[in-house]
Design a protein around this ligand. Sequence first.
Ligand SMILES: Nc1nc2c(ncn2[C@@H]2O[C@H](COP(=O)(O)OP(=O)(O)OP(=O)(O)O)[C@@H](O)[C@H]2O)c(=O)[nH]1
Length: 294
Amino acid sequence: MSKVQLDNFPIGLVVTTAEGHAVLHGNKDFYRLCQQTPQSLSLLTSILTPASKIIVESFVMPLLLHEGHCSEIQLTINTPSGDKIPVLVNALMHSAEKDSIYWAISSAQKRDDLYQELINLRNDLEDKAERLKQLSETDELTKLLNRRAFVADARTMIKQAKRNNLSYSFMMLDIDHFKHINDQLGHFVGDKVIADVGALLKKYCRENDLTARIGGEEFAIFSTSNATDSASQFAEKLLKVFSSEDIQGLNVTVSIGVATSLSDDFDTLYKTADRLLYQAKKNGRNQFCAHFFT
Ligand SMILES: Nc1nc2c(ncn2[C@@H]2O[C@H](COP(=O)(O)OP(=O)(O)OP(=O)(O)O)[C@@H](O)[C@H]2O)c(=O)[nH]1
């Protein structure tokens, strides 16, 4: 093949000695890629970064001597202008004499850029998926779990608690006379009260408790414990917290229903806590009613 024909190949082609890698011939594309001329470049390895030189000596050369060829090796070229260009290299040992190597070298810059773009795209998608998941599980006003996420997580927690022989409690909590707050101060203040109640619950719940807003002014807490009366103690503590806190300049109280079990299913606990909450309201509010299934 003539020199003109080699120069027309849209890829860098270069022939070197097998030992020392002295450049014997190079086509136009090769010199353009490494920003060199036949006069300025005598050794192919002189344009490689130190790491790429090690790859050539410890991997490419043994492969060429053993197999006669190697393909798709990524190396990095240092250019005279100080740039580092990633290149894709295929090499072939001259089969008869084994004294020269044929190299095909092309820029891998676009491949690297594309790869990086794909990584960025994947990270972006993962972030968006995580954000969507959070949105679908979170109550907007309080940033607590919403009802759907709470129910799903509580069912999972019941299975774990049963395996570990722990008791589990469903606590349902409702703001007392909330309609008065709305009627007297407006829905905007009502919303702020709901948000403040949510923040207080979050503050006093343990990290492993599930805390949710499951209705307008209705909240739920699901917790596990190895002490059977701990949910009642916690309900008592919450009543004290609410009676001592100033919420939007108001004295807000809550009523609580607590159902604790070692074996009952979620729906049974839910219904029981709901009934006990109603009982606490009926008994005069600002109190809790509890039941422990034996
Ligand atoms: N501001 C606000 N009000 C809400 C929201 N969701 C429900 N409400 C209101 O909460 C009030 C609940 O009233 P009721 O169910 O009668 O209960 P209550 O006045 O708290 O009385 P008891 O629960 O019996 O102590 C209603 O007026 C609803 O309109 C909300 O997201 N924001």
